[in-house]
Design a protein around this ligand. Structure first.
Ligand SMILES: [Ca+2]
Ligand SMILES: [Ca+2]
Length: 214
């Protein structure tokens, strides 16, 4: 886990890329296609790496009783929905990663497990649909998945970026709130009272521009 000071210095060293405009959306939005909620969460200096972004949202965010994680996009319909979340240029992490990293550049990509503590091997979503930007993925050491909303070629496309790379330290996070399996079961049985409301840490009103290096 990172400390505030460590993160400050990491970002100060790493946020050297050109900045994209801030998104206008500041609240989770539900997609009727699966009932999940999605949110553009600003970095605001709270993480540097892809893993730190994931740790932060898992630890601090939830919505309507649904835990948070980085977003998985597994269909053109889900892709089309997330493209509606803002009309401004925005760059952020998705819940995809390449392991092992390297060549071939388009091989060995995975989606994260949908539930905290569940390895992707046990609850994977298949890596079938992709929406790479033209000329991406482009480097063997770039092993994390990011999305360019309203910029890039084509806009909304995906870029591989180093999960621990300084070029991506400014990235925001596209969060998906997904019901846990137990919650789904109980809700199906009429146990809607299970839905709980917990403290939800928000990043404040000011959006931090996201780095856009490819
Ligand atoms: Ca998803
Ligand atoms: Ca790239």
């Amino acid at each position: 886990m990172w400390t505030r000071n460590r993160l400050f210095f990491a970002c100060a060293a790493g946020c050297l890329c050109a900045a994209a405009a801030s998104p206008s959306l500041a609240v989770p939005v539900q997609w009727s296609g699966n009932g999940h909620w999605y949110e553009l969460v600003p970095n605001d200096g709270r993480w540097a790496t892809w893993q730190q972004a994931r740790d932060f949202v898992q630890t601090n965010l939830e919505h309507e009783g649904f835990p948070a994680d980085l977003t998985t996009i597994t269909s053109p319909e889900e892709q089309a929905f997330v493209e509606t979340l803002t009309t401004e240029a925005w760059t952020g992490w998705l819940g995809g990663y390449q392991e092992p990293a390297g060549y071939p550049l388009k091989d060995n990509w995975h989606w994260i497990g949908q539930w905290e503590g569940t390895p992707y091997e046990q609850a994977p979503e298949s890596w079938d649909y992709t929406n790479w930007l033209n000329a991406e993925p482009n480097f063997s050491w770039e092993d994390g998945l990011s999305i360019y909303l309203n910029h890039g070629d084509p806009p909304g496309g995906w870029n591989d970026a180093a999960r621990n790379g300084t070029n991506s330290y400014g990235y925001d996070a596209l969060v998906e709130y997904v019901p846990e399996p137990a919650t789904l079961t109980l809700l199906a049985l009429g146990g809607s009272a299970l839905v709980r409301r917990r403290r939800r840490v928000r990043g404040g009103k000011t959006r931090k521009p996201a780095a856009v290096c490819a």
